[in-house]
Design a protein around this ligand. Structure first.
Ligand code: LLP
Length: 382
């Protein structure tokens, strides 16, 4: 079904984020149907969307929380995620953030350097606690995605390089307040070539064998997130290919007896449930180009300006013969362009426009640039 806006929302002040909780539920059901029989535990990556009604839904389906800041840990707790289902990752955790997570007794810290381990050990000791740690490795596997969201290559700032890992494991073993519980890897986001997860699995298998040979027992493996969605076909492919994703790991990842495997998905869970609704302020014809100027801009959806990313755009009001428009926002930057050369029915001032697949990395990356007001969030399908 193409996106439709209920008539009650036609008078809602624009721009606003429109979240379809019924689609979120269907997505979560499909996700758990693929994950549970294969014995994978899913942690939701809060960075994709932190709105409480969404988090509560996700928590109620039994997912854990993957957080990358003290603020996200706090938000996860506020949404009711059990501390034992919260992971804290990130290449630059501050002392205050670590202390907050230690005090909450979260399940595990994904640590990325010896410098971080030293701080974590000292802070855990000061609180009289033992911190559980999974070491994030940089597996040097290409995810074949946008360079800005590739994280698992040797050139990226993330993770511990494969050659350094044995020394880091030994160092961790010398620290009294840390307990090694597993390995973590995340190679990138918006991954559509699923074969990269086979490569990741093989790399993790090699690492596990090496660590087991050295006498380390790893009860826990976290293979990261990154499953992509179809920005081109948000209606036809509203539910991502969870079966394909999990079967890659099922086939290629060697599990030790009793070992727990976590994935931490963000985008695949929430992207398609969110739509940015905006109104056309002006249609402007320049010498070369016809512009549809919206009341939403890069302040509400930064992805096109930042990554040149595609979002499907629909005129919800006008029908009839199509014309070409550069769909732009009101912000004082030429990069404030949703897309150039969009085919839309002849568009007029006041038309409602839907920009699709913004549930992930849309609202969370919004800004107040140009002193813009924060756009509202509206929930349907409850
Ligand atoms: N785990 C780690 C360690 C991550 O860094 C990320 C995303 C995830 C999990 C979740 O990845 P997902 O399943 O959502 O792909 N702002 C960018 C995306 C940045 C992703 C950063 N890390 C965008 O708008 O495309």
């Amino acid at each position: 079904m193409p996106f439709q806006l209920s008539s009650a929302l036609h008078t809602q002040p624009t721009p606003f984020y429109h979240y379809d909780l019924a689609l979120l539920d269907r997505t979560l059901t499909a996700l758990q149907q693929a994950a549970k029989p294969r014995n994978f535990q899913v942690h939701y990556a809060l960075k994709a969307n932190v709105n409480l009604p969404i988090l509560e839904r996700i928590k109620n389906q039994g997912l854990g929380a993957d957080c990358v800041s003290g603020g996200e840990v706090q938000r996860a707790l506020e949404a009711g995620f059990a501390p034992g289902h919260i992971v804290f990752a990130g290449v630059g955790k501050s002392d205050a953030e670590i202390n907050l997570a230690l005090a909450a007794d979260i399940w595990c810290f994904n640590a990325e350097s010896t410098a971080e381990l030293a701080v974590l050990d000292a802070l855990a000791g000061a609180q009289g606690r033992t911190a559980r740690v999974a070491l994030r490795v940089n597996p040097n596997v290409d995810a074949y995605t946008h360079p800005h969201i590739t994280t698992g290559l040797a050139a990226n700032k993330f993770g511990i390089s494969l050659t350094d890992l044995p020394a880091v494991v030994a160092y961790l073993g010398s620290l009294p307040n840390l307990e090694l519980v597993g390995l973590h890897a995340h190679i990138g986001s918006q991954i559509t070539n699923l074969s990269v997860f086979a490569k990741l699995s093989e790399r993790l298998n090699e690492l596990q064998t090496a660590l087991t040979d050295q006498g380390h027992h790893l009860p826990h493996l976290n293979v990261g997130g990154g499953l992509g969605v179809s920005y081109e076909h948000p209606d036809e492919q509203a539910i991502p290919d969870f079966e394909g994703y999990f079967s890659m790991f099922e086939k290629h990842l060697v599990r030790r007896p009793g070992q727990q495997v976590h994935v931490e998905l963000g985008r695949a869970i929430v992207a398609q449930a969110g739509t940015l609704i905006s109104r056309v302020l002006y249609v402007k014809q320049s010498q070369q180009t016809q512009f549809a100027i919206l009341d939403a801009g890069m302040t509400e959806l930064m992805r096109p300006a930042l990554y040149g990313s595609y979002h499907h755009i629909q005129n919800l009001t006008s029908t009839g013969p199509e014309q070409l428009y550069d769909v732009v926002g009101p912000i004082c930057e030429s990069s404030d362009t949703f897309r150039k050369g969009v085919q839309l029915p002849q568009t007029q001032r006041g038309d409602l426009v839907a920009i699709r697949s913004v549930g992930a990395y849309g609202e969370v990356m919004s800004s107040g640039y140009n002193l813009r007001e924060k756009a509202a969030a509206v929930y349907v399908g409850q």
